[in-house]
Ligand binder design. Structure first.
Ligand code: UD1
Length: 376
């Protein structure tokens, strides 16, 4: 019997993380991978398109939970995920990142006595007003194996009392996906389709703290408008942000190009050609560091300090003044920035190795059987 892992994916940033891992594990008959899509993100532009472009197999289950308040969404995922675990009897459940699907499925698995593997464990913004920080803390508190993207993850987990032998610095699966797809992305026609000539910046904004409060959103937007006076900005708009824009009734200058959410390849193409990225996303801080593109993060803190200490990221905060001062800093910044260790395109292989050892430890009978087969 292979070692059965249910891999959970729910929202857009999960898809880039599970794609290389599923590809890697599916090549090894030792593992049986069952893919569960919670349906937290469901629009084709937020989900289906990513499955196609990243060649992720069709999910074995789609829980179709859709949107709702945090409690509604988390509860719906838990209710619908529980029978999948009960029926499937996996040896482990693997969750990624910090979205509601991550937390909900980790809790269900643990309460059913199934081992939980957390990809991107240990990241901490130390800001408990962020829903993602709660998701990270709770998920890590019930996880059994911690796959870590950067050194801070290990440090944080050790400080929280996690035993060192459970923590593995494997690198960044999202960067595996980036490296695999960069050449393909560069062939996208998006730049000519948008008629972009010369230097441009790329903006993404979707954090509730930034977009749901009209005053906060307007202050940030006024900084963006000032930057756009010097350099045109492209702004693919997340559904949450689209609602905020409609609520605020802001007048958008022609120098800020509002776009529908983009697929992975078009977005990567724009990002890799942009002079600067302004974002409140977590993953984009990492992708810009891997690409060597300057990034201004429109947040007060980051759970990914390696992108600031080693990479191209500057934390601007969310005030108009903070954003404009970071913009000035970026324009004058000189010198090479580094890419954190193991963000090299081989994180999936490292995860694979760690999971093999973990599986052997968890179910020695699986390992013994396999050894016998190999001997035979
Ligand atoms: C979620 C994650 C966030 C991640 C982000 C990436 C949580 C707590 N948050 O935030 O960490 O950075 O995904 O996008 O899990 N909507 C659509 N179509 C969709 C999905 C959502 O129109 O396919 C709209 C709905 O109106 C929904 C809103 O977007 O209410 C927000 O979606 P939700 O999944 O609640 O959170 P995100 O802001 O996307």
């Amino acid at each position: 019997m292979p070692f059965k892992i249910i891999c959970v994916a729910g929202a857009r940033p999960n898809f880039m993380k599970i794609a290389p891992l599923i590809r890697e594990l599916n090549q090894d008959p030792f593992f049986k991978i069952v893919l569960v899509h919670t349906g937290q993100h469901y629009d084709d532009k937020m989900s289906g398109q990513f499955f196609r472009e990243l060649e992720i197999p069709d999910p074995d289950y789609n829980l179709q939970v859709g949107s709702g308040t945090h409690a509604q969404q988390t509860a719906a995922i838990m209710q619908r995920f529980e029978p999948v675990v009960l029926d499937g009897k996996p040896d482990a459940v693997l969750v990624a990142g910090d979205v509601n699907s991550t937390l909900a499925c980790a809790l269900v698995a643990k309460k059913l006595g199934v081992a939980v593997v957390h990809v991107e464990a240990g990241l901490r913004s130390f800001d408990r007003s962020m829903p993602e920080e709660i998701n990270r803390l709770v998920t890590d508190s019930v996880s059994d194996l911690f796959l870590v993207t950067e050194e801070s993850g290990r440090r944080n987990l050790l400080a929280e009392g996690v035993s060192a032998d459970r923590i593995h610095l494997v690198g960044n699966l999202m960067i595996d996906t980036l490296r695999r797809n960069l050449e393909r992305a560069r062939q996208s026609a998006i730049i000519s389709q948008l008629g972009l000539v010369g230097a441009f910046g790329l903006v993404t904004l979707h954090r509730p703290a930034n977009v749901d409060d009209p005053g906060q959103f307007a202050a940030m937007f006024s900084a963006l408008m000032e930057i756009a006076g010097e350099m045109p900005l492209c702004f693919p708009v997340h559904p949450r942000t689209r609602q905020a824009l409609e609520r605020c009734g802001l007048e958008i200058p022609a120098t800020i190009r509002l776009l529908e959410p983009l697929g992975y390849l078009d977005f990567l193409c724009l990002m890799s050609h942009s002079a600067i990225v302004l974002t409140d996303s977590g993953g984009i801080q990492e992708e810009t560091t891997a690409l060597g593109i300057p990034c201004i993060t429109l947040r007060e803190n980051t759970e990914r300090p390696a992108t600031v200490e080693q990479g191209t990221n500057i934390l601007a905060g969310t005030s108009r003044e903070g954003i404009l001062s970071a913009w000035k800093k970026v324009k004058n910044r000189k010198g090479e920035r580094a890419i954190p260790p193991y963000w090299d395109g081989s994180a999936a292989q490292r995860c694979h190795d760690v999971l093999r050892l973990f599986a052997a430890e968890l179910s020695p009978t699986v390992q013994a059987k396999e050894d016998n087969q190999n001997r035979g």
